[in-house]
Design a protein around this ligand. Structure first.
Ligand code: G4P
Length: 277
């Protein structure tokens, strides 16, 4: 991470703007906690990615929130490519005064440079590939594996800097870890599946009860927490083990798989802060 930080700092002076890719389902937890400090003073564009998986109403609220912080924002499904066409115009609008100044000096056609940052698995490679038409396979991005920086042209006067190295999310906050695990950004083998599924069920039961009912035919009656809902869902599906006990582990895996696979619907797991922070 220190190496990545150093690289970001070293390159920043050559950049016109910084683009941060965020997972629209977890717009806070999918951010690197140092990014604001690292990129201080730079124009910023936020790509709310995975909007196909997020709650559309919440995505609008998050877009408004990031705009209120002074960022340009676009909403994207990088996998299908929906929304990526907004990128170049949004960057040019963000840098309009700069472009006007270039034009006044007769420097028409000067290339704009944008550094792209994002935590692992947020969809950074997919986004860059879609926005640029780049065909290359994803470069290795593991600790210990070095790769150079890559300039990726979007069009004749807009270039992206695909940053090597890894910017981690805020792992030290356990809530952040849980949300990243819900979405599958963290591997299941580092978390307790039943604990995770129970917490997800709890959140969905409180915030999206209809989706839970439609998929598992369970409702949260008075006092039903995530664990109770998980047990009910397991019973409904007939997941029993010897002695009439319900197989909550099996149900947990199914809930997480179906949630991540979009079978339950589109969800956003974080709400916009009351006051911009
Ligand atoms: P990274 O560079 O930030 O680490 O992430 P990457 O682009 O490799 O994307 C990680 C996974 O997320 C990929 O799936 C990719 O297809 C998927 N993805 C990226 N953006 C979106 C999006 O907007 N919507 C949806 N639904 N998925 C997205 P994968 O399973 O690893 O690969 P593949 O089977 O899709 O090729």
């Amino acid at each position: 991470m220190t190496k990545t930080r150093r690289m970001v700092t070293a390159e920043l002076g050559n950049m016109d703007a910084v683009c941060e890719i965020i997972d629209a389902r977890i717009p806070l937890s999918s951010r690197n906690p140092d990014i604001d400090e690292l990129t201080a003073g730079k124009r910023r564009i936020v790509v709310l990615n995975r909007v196909d998986q997020a709650d559309p109403d919440m995505t609008k609220k998050w877009a408004a929130y990031f705009r209120s912080l002074g960022y340009a924002v676009i909403e994207v499904d990088a996998k299908s490519g929906a929304g990526v066409k907004q990128f170049a115009p949004a960057v040019r609008a963000l840098l309009k005064d700069k472009l006007d100044a270039y034009e006044a000096k007769g420097q028409v056609g000067r290339v704009l440079r944008v550094m792209v940052l994002g935590i692992p698995n947020v969809g950074k490679s997919t986004f860059i590939n879609k926005v640029s038409g780049r065909k290359t396979a994803k470069a290795e991005d593991r600790p210990g594996v070095t790769r150079g920086k890559q300039w990726v042209p979007v069009d004749r006067t807009l270039e992206l800097l695909d940053t090597p190295g890894i910017l981690w999310p805020k792992f030290e906050d356990p809530e952040v870890g849980i949300r990243l695990a819900f979405t599958g950004a963290i591997k299941d083998d580092v978390v307790d599946i039943e604990e995770l599924a129970m917490r997800l069920m709890d959140y969905l039961g409180r915030n999206y009860p209809r989706a839970i009912f439609e998929r598992y035919k369970v409702t949260a009656e008075d006092g039903d927490d995530g664990w109770a809902l998980l047990q009910k869902a397991a019973r409904r599906r007939g997941f029993l083990i010897s002695g009439g006990e319900v197989d909550t582990e099996r149900m947990s895996r199914i809930l997480l798989d179906e949630f991540r696979g979009g079978k339950l619907g589109r969800f956003t797991l974080e709400t916009v802060p009351e006051e911009p922070s």
